[in-house]
Design a binder for this molecule. Structure first.
Ligand code: PLP
Length: 344
C-alpha cells in the first residue's frame, strides 16, 4: 500500500519505511558501545547475518557503499585493478570511492547482466602484472542493479569464481540485494554467497530497515575490516537502535517474493498494453527496466501525469526507465502507475 500521505513511490526499494514492529524494536533495543564490541544487539545481528550467508564473521556498516569499500580495501593493494562488469555499482555509482580510499582502478568486463564468464576473466588476466597493472580481486553483483535487478545464476558464479581463484584473485559479492537473488533462484542466501570470500548486503533496501548494511567473510578479514571501518569514521556507538530493526528485516527476507510477483504483474501489463516496452522474460526480481521511447509520450508529459496521481518514478537515464517494487506499494498502485504510463 502507498504511504499514509497517498504517495506511491516506485523510485527504489530504498524508500521503504520502518514498520511499527521495527520502530518498537528501536525503542526497546539493548545497547552498548559498539566500538568496544559491547552492543548486544549489534553482536547478535552480526552473528545472525554471518550465519545467513554462511560466513564466519560480520561487520555492521552504515551503508552498502562502505561495505563494498571495506571489501576492496582489505583485498587489494594500491595500484591494482579490480575486475567487475562494466555496469557494476561499485564502479559506476560509488563516487570514485575505490580510487580515493584504496588507490585501485577498475578493469570493466562487457558482461551482460553481470554474468562474467571464465573466458572474460582469462582475457583480462592476460598480461596483468606484467604489461598491465596487477589485478587483485573480482566483484560480482547479484542481483544486478543497472541491468534491472537481473539474477546471476549460481553456476555462472561458480564457474567465474573458480577461474578467478585459479588466477589468485580474491572474490567479493556486492549482494546489496542478495535475498532477492536467493528468492528468484529458489536457493538459500548462503548458496549465492558461497562463491565469494566476502559479501556485502543491505538491510535498508527491500528488507525494509531504515539504515544499515553488513560485510561478511572470514574472521581475520572481518577483524581488519573492523579496524578500517573505525579509520574511515564508521566506528559507531549505541548502534543497537539501528541493528534492532535490521534483525527484524533479516528474518523477513522470504517476503521479497511478493515484490517479485508485483514486478512481474507490472511487466506483464506493460507488455500487453504497450507491446515492445518491456520484455517480461528479463524481469527476474523487483525491478522493471523499460525503454522510455516505447511509451511514445514525452517524459515531461508523463511526469506531470505521475505527479498529479501522486506517483514517484525516477526520470529515465538514457534509454532506461527503472521502476522498482517493494513492500510499500501494492497491486492497486501498480495498476495506477500503468494507467499513467499508458495514458488511460
Ligand atoms: C548493487 C548495489 N550495491 C551497493 C549499493 C550501495 O548501497 P548504499 O546506498 O547503502 O551505499 C547499492 C545501492 O543502491 C546497490 O544497488
Amino acid at each position: 500500500m502507498a504511504f499514509a500521505d497517498g504517495i506511491a513511490d516506485f523510485r527504489s526499494d530504498t524508500v521503504t519505511r520502518p514498520t511499527p514492529e521495527m520502530r518498537r524494536a528501536m525503542a526497546d533495543a539493548d545497547v552498548g558501545d559498539d566500538v568496544y564490541s559491547d552492543d548486544p544487539t549489534v553482536n547478535a545481528l552480526e552473528e545472525e547475518a554471518a550465519a545467513v550467508v554462511g560466513k564466519e564473521a560480520a561487520v555492521f556498516v552504515p551503508t552498502g557503499t562502505m561495505g563494498n569499500q571495506l571489501a576492496i580495501m582489505i583485498q587489494t593493494r594500491p595500484g591494482e585493478e579490480v575486475l567487475c562488469d562494466e555496469q557494476a555499482h561499485c564502479r559506476n555509482i560509488e563516487h570514485g570511492a575505490a580510487s580515493a580510499f584504496s588507490g585501485v582502478a577498475f578493469r570493466p568486463l562487457g558482461a551482460p547482466a553481470g554474468r562474467i564468464t571464465p573466458d572474460m576473466i582469462d582475457a583480462a588476466m592476460t598480461g596483468a602484472g606484467r604489461l598491465f597493472p596487477r589485478i587483485g580481486m573480482m566483484v560480482w553483483e547479484n542481483t544486478h542493479n543497472l541491468s534491472g535487478g537481473r539474477v546471476v545464476p549460481i553456476e555462472v558464479m561458480r564457474a567465474g569464481t573458480d577461474r578467478a581463484r585459479a588466477h589468485g584473485l580474491a572474490v567479493h559479492l556486492d549482494g546489496a540485494r542478495i535475498f532477492n537473488a536467493a528468492v528468484a533462484l529458489g536457493v538459500e542466501p548462503a548458496r549465492v554467497a558461497s562463491s565469494a570470500d566476502t559479501v556485502q548486503f543491505c538491510f535498508s533496501k527491500g528488507l525494509g530497515a531504515p539504515i544499515g548494511s553488513i560485510l561478511c567473510g572470514r574472521a581475520e578479514d572481518m577483524a581488519e575490516a573492523r579496524y578500517l571501518r573505525k579509520r574511515m569514521g564508521g566506528g559507531m556507538r549505541q548502534v543497537g537502535v539501528i541493528a534492532a530493526p535490521a534483525r527484524i528485516a533479516l528474518r523477513n527476507w522470504p517476503r521479497l517474493a511478493e515484490d517479485h510477483v508485483l514486478a512481474a504483474h507490472l511487466a506483464g501489463r506493460l507488455a500487453e498494453e504497450i507491446p515492445g516496452s518491456v520484455d517480461p522474460e528479463t524481469v527476474d526480481t523487483n525491478m522493471v527496466n523499460l525503454d522510455p521511447e516505447s511509451l511514445r509520450t514525452p517524459w515531461e508529459v508523463l511526469s506531470a501525469r505521475l505527479r498529479e496521481a501522486r506517483i514517484l518514478v525516477n526520470p529515465p537515464i538514457g534509454s532506461r526507465l527503472r521502476i522498482v517494487t517493494h513492500r510499500d506499494v501494492d497491486r492497486l498502485d501498480v495498476d495506477r502507475l500503468v494507467d499513467c504510463l499508458t495514458g488511460v
